[in-house]
Write a protein that binds this ligand. Structure first.
Ligand code: CA
Length: 588
């Protein structure tokens, strides 16, 4: 797995080039430097990391018989292979600051790109909005340069090409694969994650591998997506000339109930003056999306004007690239798929909504960044608020609903179990019991259901229930305690936290702490860091580990959370479920 730094500009679209004869190119800005991804590596043999007091000098390492395998630029250090004797010899050199073994590291859980984190508001990965909707089976068509259908972090349901002699599953540009990852990179242990990991992703190749196409190829792509009944179309493309055919095609797709999301364009100026939103974003039937930065400002390239409808993260966006790779791009092309993903999440949580209702919810729940409306439209698209607005919506009056209520208690003692989960199987309805073990779930449509109650250390139980309109159905559960843990489980005392260091890595936007950790034990399973303020978990990160020893680094943060004393809790867990925790305080 590699995270690439792209040092060249990617030419995106000049769809009107062939038609109008005028040169009309838009460029995705080159990414800013300093964006890094987490790398996981396995190290064996006599490998060391060598720090220098000044700049790295490979000759010093080679002078003691070592071999430099990598020279870093972010720190004055090299990675090298050498004997322990050579490492000792190096330590005597005044130009050497330190020599340390190159620890074995295990795969971190995937990186959550900042833009994904941002559109979920205060939620931490794994976002609780995903408990309601992950975009389940909502179709999203990516009209772009194609999508690498073999990418490890993408699942492509199908596609079509409207560019001669090309295939939708091949993306020689990388643009379409990057856009697709922001919508739908899988929530697995790899790479990155998208806004809506469970959508049905379709590749519609309307641009060549060089990143250009024609109005004809784009219109043919819209036509295909509409014929397939794919509800959401993302168009991270555009030009600066109006086209009757393109306008009519967008209007027809919208009239047929499809939601069209497009990048506003990268023709903005630093002052944000003027009306320079491109086409098709400029059409009333299309949601025009501008680009925001990690500081919640408008990206200086982001097109402005009265047609800008929403803004979303678009500067320095990490996502998927062809060949199982990952990289950082900037552009309104990167902002648009955040909105397409939010739309898919909202729509999937109630497929009875119309496209215009989904559009209105995106507007109503957008976060006002305090920018002018020509820059941000209604504001920044918010997945958490949009889905909450949908799932909290009152059911239609002709759709009778009832209430399910009861208690969950301990079968032996009869006392209520607090915090037990009650789920109406096959629906999004669920509840957690209160201190007396009681629960109540409202607005369940009439019908027969299976309902499951579960709680930690208890055996889950499933019972049938029939819900009638305007009535309360009572359903009580009595749960039996689980048997004691398997006696073969590793002993708790064998787990230990060997390194637990906190470093203040705050920046102006975020109070942030870097957690360096090393743990040991038998059959390790996971290591979790939690950032706690006033008893509330603000952020957390979990790494899957295995074997008998592991080390790594976590980064925890709280937006604008400076000037507080935080607790950081580190927990190591083994495969038997045993765990050991340690908590430290840090002022950020
Ligand atoms: Ca992933």
């Amino acid at each position: 797995m590699k995270y690439w730094q792209l040092s060249f500009s990617v030419v995106v679209v000049s769809i009107l080039l062939l038609l109008s004869g005028c040169v009309d190119q838009e460029e995705v800005l080159a990414p800013k430097s300093g964006e890094t991804g987490h790398l996981a590596k396995t190290v064996t043999g006599d490998r060391y990391l060598v720090g220098f007091t000044n700049s790295p000098d490979a000759g010093i390492v080679e002078g003691v018989g070592g071999q430099v395998t990598r020279t870093f630029t972010i720190v004055p250090a090299v990675a090298a292979q050498m004997s322990p004797q050579a490492a000792d010899a190096l330590l005597k050199n005044p130009n050497i600051a330190y020599v340390e073994p190159d620890y074995e590291m295990f795969a971190h859980s995937q990186t959550v790109p900042w833009g994904i984190d941002r559109v979920f508001g205060d939620e931490s990965y794994s976002f609780s909005t995903w408990d309601i909707s992950t975009g389940n089976d909502i179709g999203v068509a990516i009209l772009d340069t194609g999508i690498d259908e073999d990418h490890e972090d993408l699942k492509v349901a199908g596609g079509e090409t409207t560019v001669d002699d090309t295939h939708w599953g091949s993306d020689g540009s990388g643009h379409g694969t990057h856009v697709a990852g922001t919508v739908a990179a899988l929530d697995n242990n790899l790479g990155v994650v998208g806004v809506a990991p469970d959508v049905s992703l379709y590749a519609v190749k309307v641009l060549s591998d060089g990143g250009s196409g024609t109005v004809a190829s784009v219109v043919a792509g819209i036509e295909w997506a509409v014929d397939q009944g794919i509800p959401v179309l993302n168009m991270s493309l555009g030009g600066s000339s109006d086209s009757q055919t393109l306008r009519d095609a967008c209007d027809a797709a919208y009239a047929a109930g499809h939601l069209l999301v497009a990048s506003a364009g990268n023709s903005g100026n630093p002052g944000g003056r003027g009306d320079n939103v491109g086409y098709p974003a400029r059409y009333e039937s299309v949601i025009a999306v501008g680009s925001s930065t990690q500081n919640d400002t408008r990206s200086s390239f982001s097109s402005t004007g009265p047609d800008v409808e929403l803004i979303a993260p678009g500067s320095s966006i990490l996502s998927t690239l062809p060949g199982d790779e990952y990289g950082t791009y900037s552009g309104t092309s990167m902002a648009s798929p955040h909105v397409a993903g939010v739309a898919a999440l909202a729509w999937a949580s109630n497929t009875g909504l119309t496209h215009s209702e989904v559009r209105q919810i995106l507007r109503d729940t957008a976060e006002d960044l305090g920018l002018s409306s020509n820059h941000q439209g209604y504001g920044l698209a918010r997945a958490d608020l949009a889905v909450a607005a949908v799932s909290g919506a009152e059911p239609a009056p002709d759709d009778p609903t009832g209430i399910l209520a009861g208690t969950v208690s301990d079968a032996e003692t009869g006392s209520g179990i607090q915090g037990a989960s009650v789920t109406v199987d096959g629906t999004d309805f669920s509840a957690t019991t209160g201190s007396d073990g009681s629960y109540s779930i409202e607005n369940i449509p009439e019908g027969s259901y299976d309902v499951t109650a579960s709680a930690d250390d208890y055996v889950a139980e499933t019972k049938p229930a029939t819900i009638s309109g305007d009535e309360t159905t009572t359903l009580d559960f009595a749960l039996a305690q689980e048997e004691d843990d398997d006696p073969d489980d590793p002993v708790n005392g064998e787990l230990s936290i060997d390194v637990f260091d906190l470093t203040d890595s705050s920046n102006p936007a975020w109070a942030r702490v870097t957690v360096n950790w090393a743990v040991s034990g038998e059959n390790l399973s996971s290591v979790q860091s939690e950032l706690i303020l006033d008893g509330n978990v603000i952020d957390s990160q979990t790494s899957s580990v295995s074997g008998s020893g592991a080390s790594g680094e976590h980064s925890l943060r709280n937006r604008n959370g400076h000037g507080n004393t935080y607790q950081v809790k580190l927990t190591v867990t083994d495969t038997g479920g045993n765990s050991v925790s340690e908590t430290k305080e840090i002022d950020l």
